[in-house]
Design a binder for this molecule. Structure first.
Ligand code: C5P
Length: 224
């Protein structure tokens, strides 16, 4: 069976990474979480007080950033490394989520991240999730999925995830963050979140992870 490129785009917290991981495991493909790259860049910018309105500062900072995914045999998942430091845990914080969409809207940041993402896909056999993967990163991907789910369900899912790490978090904060990110991500000038014309829509509001996997595998088998 020829290896293909699978792209998964969609709104925040609608289960893109869950499906991408399931598919990568089942197909024995590489999974790339493109959002983790924007989150790691944001972490670097925050730590180094980079003024994101100053493009020269942004470019100088990007030149200092090395991003890498490394597979963790224990957790059986790939983790984000920023300049050799494992940042997988810290980039999931709300502090990062509150800034990441502004950082990801910067043209220079996207050029940097997209180049790295395209390099990872040259051998195919990859599942990548994000916001512009089917439209910009791999416009010729063989299988494009666009995910969506009810807002309340998405908020609830993300709240549970974040609450486990920080019991001080409120559902309001999570809801506001999701709405803000979806707004910025879909209204930015460069590579806004869009459903690719040739993408298949997967609404997983009422689907279990197993059901969504079965559905997506069926689509992939049909095109192979
Ligand atoms: O996927 P995740 O929610 O971790 O992504 C975090 C943020 O990174 C998104 O809200 C969006 O601003 C940005 N992002 C992006 N393009 C991608 C992936 C993520 O702009 N391909």
């Amino acid at each position: 069976m020829n290896k293909i490129v699978v792209t998964i785009d969609g709104w925040s917290s609608c289960g893109k990474s869950t499906l991408a991981k399931q598919l990568a495991k089942k197909l024995n493909y590489v999974y790339v979480d493109s959002g983790a790259m924007y989150r790691a860049i944001t972490l670097y910018f925050i730590r180094n007080s980079v003024d994101i309105t100053d493009i020269k500062e942004v470019e100088a900072a990007l030149a200092e950033i090395n991003l890498e995914f490394r597979f963790n045999e224990v957790s059986q998942s790939s983790e984000m490394y920023l300049n050799e430091e494992n940042v997988e845990y810290v980039i999931r914080d709300l502090v990062i989520a509150e800034k990441v969409s502004d950082v990801a809207a910067i043209k220079e940041v996207r050029t940097f991240a997209v180049a790295a993402q395209q390099k990872m896909g040259t051998k195919k056999g990859i599942v990548m999730d994000g916001r512009d993967i089917g439209t910009v990163v791999f416009p010729k991907a063989e299988m494009k999925i666009f995910m969506t789910a009810d807002n309340a369900v998405r908020v609830e899912r993300r709240f549970k995830e974040l609450y486990a790490k920080n019991p001080n978090i409120t559902i309001e904060e999570v809801k506001n963050n999701l709405e803000m990110r979806d707004y910025i991500d879909s209204h930015r000038e460069v590579s806004p979140l869009r459903q690719a014309k040739d993408a298949v829509v997967l609404d997983n509001t009422n689907l279990t992870p197993d059901e969504q996997l079965k559905l997506a595998l069926g689509w992939i088998k049909a095109i192979k």
